[in-house]
Ligand binder design. Structure first.
Ligand SMILES: [Fe+2]
Ligand SMILES: [Fe+2]
Length: 167
């Protein structure tokens, strides 16, 4: 599967989890959040490492949007990390937790829409199917490691390993 398709599936999973948490009873939030949090962290990390950073390096000044996106993405991921950390300090059973969670959800929904609608079509044009398939190997390796219960750093390590063989 190509890298953007792997990443798109992760978006679907994350957005399904957002909706599930929004509709859950307060005492179910903690368990659902404990599963979602590392998935979000891993997703942003692998996007940067295997897609946004290399594509920005390759296009250089030739494509200002993709070149700038690397930094913008890092900024947005940092912002999300800040909200995630604040959520972690609150009690999932409190209303304030849900307010903060919804801040994260609306930020992430915007982030995901921008990636899928504005950034990815340009990456697809730039890289073509072969390169996207190559980049799909480490992304897929991270994803299946995480699904098998690996931590963020273990899953990331697995992806780095797969990238060595892919490129
Ligand atoms: Fe992202
Ligand atoms: Fe994403």
């Amino acid at each position: 599967m190509d890298a953007l398709e792997e990443l798109r599936q992760m978006h679907v999973q994350a957005q399904t989890a957002f909706r599930r948490i929004e509709g859950a009873m307060p005492d179910q939030r903690a368990g659902l959040w404990a599963k979602l949090r590392p998935e979000l962290e891993l997703h942003e990390k692998i996007e940067e490492q295997f897609v946004y950073d290399p594509v920005a390096r390759e296009v250089g000044p030739r494509d200002q949007t993709l070149k700038a996106w690397e930094g913008e993405h890092e900024q947005q991921a940092k912002e999300a990390d800040g909200i995630i950390a604040r959520i972690g300090e609150l009690d999932p059973k409190d209303g304030q937790w849900m307010t903060e969670f919804q801040t994260l959800v609306s930020m992430m929904d915007r982030h995901i829409a921008h990636e899928e609608q504005d950034i990815w079509p340009q990456i697809r044009r730039e890289w073509g199917e072969d390169k996207l398939k190559q980049a799909g190997r480490p992304v897929g390796a991270a994803k299946s490691a995480a699904e098998g219960g690996a931590s963020v750093s273990e899953a990331f390590g697995r992806a780095m390993q797969a990238a060595k063989h892919a490129f």
